[in-house]
Design a protein around this ligand. Sequence first.
Ligand code: NAD
Ligand code: ZN
Length: 357
Amino acid sequence: MFKIKITIEKKTKISEIIIGDNLFFKLKEHLKKIEFSKIVIITDTIVDSFYGKKIKKALESYKLTTIVIPAGEKFKTLYTASAVYDQMIKASLNRDTLVIAFGGGVIGDLAGFVASTYMRGLPVIQVPTTLLAQVDASIGGKTGVDHTGGKNLIGAFYQPKLVLIDVDFLKTLPIREIKTGLAEVVKYGIIKDSELFAKLELNPKSTSKFWTEVICCCAAIKAEVVAKDEKEVTGLRMILNFGHTFGHAIESLTGYSKYTHGEGVAIGMVAAANLAFKLKMLKEKDLLRIVSLIAVLGLPTKCDLAVSTILKALYMDKKAKSGKIRFVLPVKIGKVVVRDDISEKTIKLSLKEIGCV
Ligand SMILES: NC(=O)c1ccc[n+]([C@@H]2O[C@H](COP(=O)([O-])OP(=O)(O)OC[C@H]3O[C@@H](n4cnc5c(N)ncnc54)[C@H](O)[C@@H]3O)[C@@H](O)[C@H]2O)c1
Ligand SMILES: [Zn+2]
């Protein structure tokens, strides 16, 4: 059995991240430090079909309510949140209830948001079941739902009491979802951990030990960045957006259907690395390592959208402050800088480099 513990200590709040295999069936043991008398599990139909019975068994001595919502981003809405509140009220759940967000990032965001707002806040724990949620979405306390005006527009910063990451969940995760999570893993390697990057280049076997170590590296980076800049005030948290500036534009321009989030980020990382190379900030050798690792992992490195359309979308992104686009650019594998002074000409050139027309 593998088990690693990370503690994030902030001014008033401490949350704990536990990572390993074989953890899930002992969930009850990990709840000992949290005060509550009832539990509501919020999950989606797919996760429920794989693990619904198992989680109920693991928690059978508690008074349990399970709320299952349809799977998919399109259900990450206030409308769904409202339906969840309805069921919680119907089950007479009050402030002594612990919320368990049990699923991928959609569930983590939605259940976290519900927990932050129901009766002005219930304790919540995250039990992420996708790689993306294990390395990213479940850590850091960003919760929320989408709005017709944009993704994640309604939300709150709300820290979970515990994040329990069991790598065994990855055994049932479809390969495309594994790859989307791997794009975020590559991101962590490029922004802060050259050893993690090198480990991925060795093309290792996906054992529990491998996943535990990899997720631990990612979780430690996210936890460190979040502990220093929880609410995106100092700008440090911005480095987590590496690959996301271009990635978000590509995802939204293709209607969030052609590419998964990780695929958009993969193309975005290649575009950002090309931009850094054009600016003579990144060596060609490192650019090639980035592009070939992303390709070897089976993620896309090119896209054929129009340069002008991408530029327009970049300016519309909510992170473009006072008309300037902020890019997170690698200077070497393991280190990035934030720049908002890049000329349109250079941006266009780097987009052409990745196949844009
Ligand atoms: N809060 C944050 O900091 C943060 C960070 C990154 C992403 N996000 C959000 O995360 C969401 C994306 O998360 P995601 O990629 O996990 O998507 P998701 O939650 O939609 O999960 C992807 C699919 O995998 C299924 N699934 C989940 N676990 C499974 C398992 N173990 N076995 C088989 N199938 C399983 C789900 O039912 C779903 O169909 C987006 O809404 C994004 O905005 C939030
Ligand atoms: Zn992401």
